[in-house]
Design a protein around this ligand. Structure first.
Ligand SMILES: [Zn+2]
Length: 406
């Protein structure tokens, strides 16, 4: 592979039969007076030839639809690889627009990942597997020959409920045992669980010793178990007390978590199914910065240490802050530098604890109780509810853009 692109005898538009060498793998800037042929070299010679060669790789039939591209007026170009070009006119400032999306290469990559990618479990790092019924039977014969196993079909995975009706149905179907939260137990009439807790329930579809000669029974049982478990099943080794998962869907064999088959949208940062939930796929987040909210710690809160609030006013947020300060043994007149970290954390982040606002402040007859959400939420809610440029600018003073920590 050549380490440079060599252009010999370029004559497109104003180019005067020039030769040029461009190093590969580095950023090259073409500069010059207006009309000197910068675009003629970059777009109309190098890009045009790269594109033409790419289209030539298609069949004659496909080329009918693409149209033949004319060969640029140049003697020879060597060292050229597939090219992409981004319009110099593009003034798109959308943060979701990248080189990948503008050139549409991203669309092909998403498709490639979805079709050719291999899934790995985020729990154990193991490669996710997906079996047919026949493969499961073979695996069981291989891994459990001569061993006593229970075939379990998952019915409920980590969900709340008492499941009385479910146990009734299980009994009606003629099954005798279930595994509830990892414990094997007999199904009894009227059986129910704690409705406020999460439960995992599997039904024991068959109990058998895996034998090569008896592979018809095993086959039937596997089929039945997969049917009851909607494509998923577990094998419990009685002696070793181990459990392994098998699935017709993509699944982690140890933890049993399963994914749907990957689709292109799973690989798009512009789709909710593919985007990071924290930054919505933008790659950066704006974080409220404590040092921007309180830049001068020698000031007291009364004298305006908290910039977004300003100097003391008779308002709910100051009463709430006063209640927090009082709880920790401080007053509004103490400089911020003397306040404890606990007090400051609560002023910034709030708490679930109810604060008492004395009746004397609210000028009513009884004390008022409320929770306090904190300065960060207070500023954030302005950002979310007031889209005006003034409000957004105001919030911007107290936040800093950072690479998404997720
Ligand atoms: Zn993110």
């Amino acid at each position: 592979m050549s380490d440079k692109i060599e252009v010999l005898g370029a004559r497109v538009h104003n180019l005067k039969n020039i030769d040029v060498e461009i190093p590969r793998g580095s950023l090259t800037v073409i500069t010059g007076l207006s009309g000197s042929g910068k675009s003629s070299l970059a777009f109309d010679t190098i890009f045009a030839e790269g594109q033409r060669r790419y289209i030539e790789t298609f069949s004659a039939y496909a080329r009918n639809f693409l149209g033949n591209m004319e060969r640029p007026d140049v003697d020879k170009i060597t060292g050229l690889s597939p090219v992409i070009s981004i319009e110099q006119k593009t003034t798109n400032k959308n943060p979701r627009s990248t080189v990948g999306t503008t050139t549409e290469i991203y669309d092909f990559l998403r498709l490639l990942y979805a079709r050719a990618g291999e899934a790995y479990s985020y729990v154990t790092g193991e490669r996710m597997v997906k079996y047919t019924e026949e493969q499961i039977v073979k695996l069981l014969l291989n891994d459990y020959l001569g061993r006593k196993v229970y075939l379990l079909a998952p019915l409920v995975q980590n969900r709340k409920g008492h499941y009385r009706e479910l146990f009734e149905t299980v009994m009606k179907k003629g099954y005798l045992y279930v595994r509830v939260d990892g414990e094997l137990t007999e199904v009894t009439p009227g059986m129910k669980l704690d409705r406020y807790k999460n439960h995992s329930i599997e039904v024991v579809v068959d109990r058998l010793v895996v034998k090569e000669t008896d592979d018809h029974r095993l086959q039937n049982s596997v089929q039945n178990t997969l049917k009851q478990g909607d494509g998923l099943m577990l094998v419990y080794d009685v002696q070793r007390e181990t459990v392994r998962h098998y699935s017709r869907r993509l699944m982690c064999p140890t933890s049993g978590i399963s994914y749907n088959d990957p689709a292109p949208h799973n690989f798009s940062f512009n789709s909710p199914q593919g985007a990071c939930t924290r930054c919505k796929g933008l790659g950066y987040v704006s974080l409220i910065d404590r040092d921007l909210i309180i830049p001068d710690k020698s000031l007291s809160i009364h004298d305006g240490a908290i910039v977004p609030l300003g100097k003391h006013k008779s308002s709910m947020i100051f009463w709430q802050i006063d209640a927090i300060l009082e709880k920790y043994g401080f007053t509004e007149n103490d400089p911020v530098s003397s306040l404890s970290d606990e007090a400051l954390d609560e002023i910034f982040d709030g708490s679930m604890e109810r604060l008492r606002i004395p009746a004397s402040l609210t000028k009513t007859t009884s004390d008022y109780y409320c929770t306090y959400e904190g300065l960060v939420k207070y500023i954030r809610s302005t950002q979310d509810h007031d889209q005006s440029a003034t409000a957004q600018k105001w919030v911007g003073q107290f936040s800093r853009e950072c690479t998404c920590p997720e």
